[in-house]
Design a protein around this ligand. Sequence first.
Ligand code: PLP
Length: 457
Amino acid sequence: MTPPRNSNAARDIANLLHPYTDARAHAQNGPLVITRGEGVRVFDDQGNSYIETVAGLWCASLGFDNARLVEAATKQMKQLPFYHAFTGRSHEPAIDLAEMLIERAPVPMSKVFFCNSGSEANDTAVKMIWYFNNAIGRPEKKKIIGRLKGYHGITIAAGSVTGLPVNHKLFDLPIAGVLHTTTPHYYREGRPGETEEQFATRCATELDELIIAEGPETVAAFFAEPVMGAGGVLVPPATYYEKIQAVLKKHDVLFVADEVICGFGRTGEYWGCQSMGIQPDILTCAKALSASFLPISAVLINDRIFQGLADGSASIGSFGHGFTYSGHPVPAAVAVETLKIYDEMEIVAHVKKVAPVLQDGLRSRFANHPLVGEVRGIGLIGAVELVADKATKKAFDPAQKIGPRLTKIAEANGLIMRALPGDGIAFSPPLIITAEEIVDMLDRFSKSLDELAVQLR
Ligand code: PLP
């Protein structure tokens, strides 16, 4: 149907190129225009209400309205709407936020560098690692290892570390020197007869073999989301990180923990690193850092990295990296307020309290559903994977676009959902969600899944 002239839909189709959208299909289907939010719900321009099951993009941790964050932004706008951090300039919101992040870090960290997005934070981490290894006299140690299905953003370096075909095809990525290792997803990657722990051992062995084949003196760092998000919500098997970290230690390869989704309570601990037993050298975070009310991200580095960067910057006269908006005072002030809210509402305790409603609910209600191959998750992040044949784990033909079909049905049932590659349907609601709202969300999802099953008969 052609939207009326001058409607939001028509103007959208005429003027906007959408991220992560099939532009041809969009010209036919048009946008879903969201106009306001309230708690875990958003409303469209037709007045329909939806539970945001993925908190927007895994990010709106405090939901879609919060007077304190609005007040923090307004106050900072009036006080000092912009200043920067180049050449030693500073301001209180950035100082406060850096201090709060260092205090909350999962392992001792030395310094915080601010960026505007998760991609920029991971790109910055790659550049810091290259700079560090040059500065300490091992210029050959530069290669970066990510994981197939990992997601670290879309800028040139971060997009290369990402291990999803959609982010590489036609973009000439990955760049040279970025490699990918096994996805730690037992359901899909485990071999017949292999236990989960044997699979974890194999993942570590394959990483070890990759590093040895490349030459350990050329491999600088390993990037991992503690729990993979966009690649399918993939929770690694027990012992995986223990074994991976032993391999990295052996070859003096740095661990970069991408906490862009997992950070700030999502997995049931403050950091995904704590849920998974990871001791990172570098940690990147974004999204829930400011509850997504304004864009800001951060790179936390330990003292070993900082000393190398400091020496490098002293030899050149400057650490030649930074964004105009690195630590912008308004998002920084909002992030400071966000972290205070997390403390006051005891975010980790809240997630621990409601997470079983999501995790047990997903498993008890959907694990036996004929369309569901696997249910997985931890804390307030989860997924169900749709399959054509439950017994053989056969996936649907991607041309059938089963995931998007289900999310369309769910939309009509009052849910905004996200289909992931491989027909995983993600759950990552705002962290403020209540037990009752989780049950409501699962009821609506159950109805949607049953409607899909009827359509497929
Ligand atoms: N890292 C992870 C784990 C993410 O999930 C994302 C975004 O979803 C990014 C990095 C990239 O963040 P941004 O979209 O803010 O660049």
